[in-house]
Design a protein around this ligand. Structure first.
Ligand SMILES: Nc1ncnc2c1ncn2[C@@H]1O[C@H](COP(=O)(O)OP(=O)(O)O)[C@@H](O)[C@H]1O
Ligand SMILES: C=C(OP(=O)(O)O)C(=O)O
Length: 617
């Protein structure tokens, strides 16, 4: 048995909050136009890690059996086995069987409580070599138990609930079904609640309207128009969800429907009506996004409806909140404070949706405050010039990586698959680029919510994401695996270097490459250590073992991490053995393969030690 150990004694501050105060990396230069700033393309070096970041592999050797120093000092709880006898459902389990078990009928076939309850099997996991994660929006096409199970089976890691649509009852039922699929023991699906935010939408229509170029169209905030009159007469008239629309727009403004499906120029304001003329023809359907180019609605980021929806999320302990139309870091801080006060014991991640023109000048501060971000390219591309969206996307992904925070790239990723069963080449390239940039997750919206080919779209995204992994294996450079620059002298670096766990996790990733390890194993309570290993972008899978199911669900968002629920045993050596046994049983590591283990399990009552070990399975 080969074994060595790097160890770092420390006081009992074990798991730190997820969004430790890190400073951003100064890599932007002021850009004169419109007071905004732009990214400078930075050279990120090759795939090798900078020697500055490499830990010297000196440290106390473990004993020949790889037994760490505290082994034997803790109590051995015989019989307190925390790993289940069979773990996940067998890959051959039918959908019907799992669904049956999930809803309570299959107790004899699938144990309802599994100590290792979290997803690993099959296509959902990195055993099939996908680093990046997939978020699927649940909608009318995918809200049945069967459909959610199938999404899980085809690779969904996180289910997104868009609070712009659907009643609380509808969302409650979906959450119950996701929980049921999780309870089946085979999958670990995180739940993301996406707030409606201060978005402006058109009203409900009886039927879609085809609008031709030059045609007059009236947008109204009158609330007394009989529904049969809306959109029925020429010139067409439809209502707008936001009363101040009439004050926010001016003659000459360009109004975009769904980010540009069709567009209008405002030609007149008359009382509560705004008269427009169609510039780009298209079809208007119910509850479409309305954006005025270059302007954000003058509404608070958190509306009354949002607070109501957040209370709904707290009651159901959702894992992520994506806050729409964030304009200022205070929006994020307000929600985080609310959750601290009203959701004690819950530690959901608050993600900033970057989609508002007003967010761009404060991007740095917003990302710093949030636990992660979503590049919401639909609204973003309507509020800022569309050609700037890729620049903002790359910047967000890069900065979040520098701050060890996850990014979701969202919207239009496989838009054509709402209607067609195959993707365009441009869509495939878009997904590939988002992953190569290093985003933690890519998202499907209408493709899974109400498209004709939800499973096909998910399969394409899954396949493309896996292909990035294979490209890298073939030696093609992948920016996602390059280290982010932390050596600019910026305050960010000082903050990072003052946290030894950051350097340790980078060392673990580097060590895993150096010894050609099959995987990195992390023991983590809050998930923070696993998130740090994730952001070090190792080339091998990261298996995180945690006693908290909620932490396991949050880790669904992080690049390369597969999480397992596992009760930690007082004797850390037992816990390590159980994890290795479990991975071996699942075929995720083979006998004699090496694993790098990052752990703070070496504990006496008042003493914990951070360690990196190399062990053979
Ligand atoms: N919970 C839901 N109930 C009904 N329809 C939904 C729901 N979620 C999504 N949809 C439909 O799927 C479409 C695409 O989803 P998404 O991109 O999340 O919405 P949007 O772009 O409208 O914010 C929506 O426009 C809507 O028609
Ligand atoms: C993800 C987005 O937000 P939503 O679907 O809520 O409008 C977007 O605008 O790209």
């Amino acid at each position: 048995m080969l074994g060595f150990l790097l160890q770092f004694p420390r006081a009992s501050s074990r798991d730190q909050p997820w969004s430790g105060k890190t400073r951003w990396l100064e890599r932007r230069v002021a850009h004169s136009s419109g007071g905004r700033s732009k990214t400078l393309q930075s050279s990120r070096g090759g795939l090798g890690r900078s020697s500055k970041k490499r830990w010297a592999l000196s440290g106390t050797l473990a004993d020949a059996s790889g037994r760490p120093i505290s082994a034997g000092q803790g109590e051995m709880h015989n019989g307190e086995t925390t790993l289940g006898p069979s773990g996940s459902a067998a890959p051959t389990t039918t959908t019907a069987a799992v669904v049956d078990a999930a809803i309570g009928g299959g107790q004899n076939r699938l144990p309802r409580e599994r100590p290792v309850s979290v997803a690993v099997a099959g296509r959902n996991q990195l055993s099939s070599q996908r680093w990046s994660k997939i978020v699927c929006t649940i909608g009318p096409k995918t809200c049945s138990l069967e459909a959610i199970y199938q999404l899980a089976e085809h690779g969904m890691n996180i289910a997104r609930l868009n609070m712009s649509h659907g009643s609380h009852e509808w969302h409650h039922n979906v959450i119950e079904k996701i929980r049921a699929v999780n309870k089946s023991g085979k999958y670990n699906i995180g739940i993301l609640l996406d707030t409606k935010g201060p978005e402006v939408r058109s009203g409900d229509l009886k039927a879609p309207i085809k609008v031709a170029r030059g045609q007059r169209f009236i947008w109204t905030v009158r609330r007394d128009i009989p529904p049969e009159q809306l959109a029925s007469d020429f010139p067409y008239i439809t209502d707008v969800s936001y009363d101040d629309f009439i004050n926010d727009v001016n003659v000459g403004d360009i109004l975009l429907v769904d980010g540009g499906i069709c567009s209008f120029v405002i030609v007149e304001k008359r009382g509560l009506d705004v008269i427009s003329e169609c510039l780009d023809e298209g079809v208007l359907t119910s509850r479409r996004h309305l954006n005025v180019r270059g302007k954000s609605a003058s509404l608070p980021a958190l509306t009354e409806k949002d607070w109501d929806d957040i209370r709904f999320g707290v009651e159901r302990n959702v894992d992520f909140y994506a806050l729409s139309f964030v304009k200022h870091e205070d929006d994020i801080i307000q929600l985080q404070e609310y959750l601290r006060e009203h959701a004690p014991g819950q530690t959901p991640l608050v993600l900033a949706k970057i989609e508002s023109a007003q967010a761009i000048p404060r991007l740095r501060q917003i990302l710093e405050a949030a636990d992660g971000a979503m590049v919401a390219r639909g609204d973003l591309g309507a509020e800022i010039p569309v050609e700037e969206v890729p620049i903002v996307q790359e910047e967000i992904v890069y900065l979040n990586r520098a701050m060890h925070k996850p990014t979701i790239v969202a919207t239009h990723m496989l838009e054509s698959m709402i209607v067609y069963p195959t993707p365009t080449r441009a869509e495939v390239t878009d997904i590939t680029e988002a992953i190569r940039q290093g985003s933690d997750a890519t998202m499907l919206s209408g493709e899974t919510a109400n498209g004709s080919y939800p499973l096909e779209a998910l399969t394409v995204m899954d396949t493309v994401a896996k292909s990035v992994f294979h490209q890298e294996q073939e030696g093609l450079l992948c920016a996602a695996l390059s280290p982010v620059e932390r050596s600019t002298g910026a305050t960010l670096e000082r903050d990072l270097l003052s946290d030894p766990m950051v350097s340790m996790t980078e060392a673990a990733a580097s060590l895993a490459t150096g010894v050609d390890a099959a995987c990195i194993i992390v023991f983590t309570k809050s998930g923070r250590v696993a998130s740090l290993v994730s952001s070090a972008r190792s080339r091998c899978p990261i298996y995180a073992f945690t006693p908290s199911e909620s932490t396991a669900r949050k880790l669904t968002l992080f690049w390369g991490v597969t999480a397992f629920s596992l009760e930690f045993c007082p004797d850390p050596e037992v816990t390590v053995h159980r994890s290795l046994e479990e991975l071996t049983r699942r075929g995720l590591i083979r006998k004699n393969e090496l694993a790098v283990i990052v752990s703070d399990l070496l504990v006496r009552d008042d003493f914990s030690v951070d360690s990196i070990q190399v062990r053979r399975a």
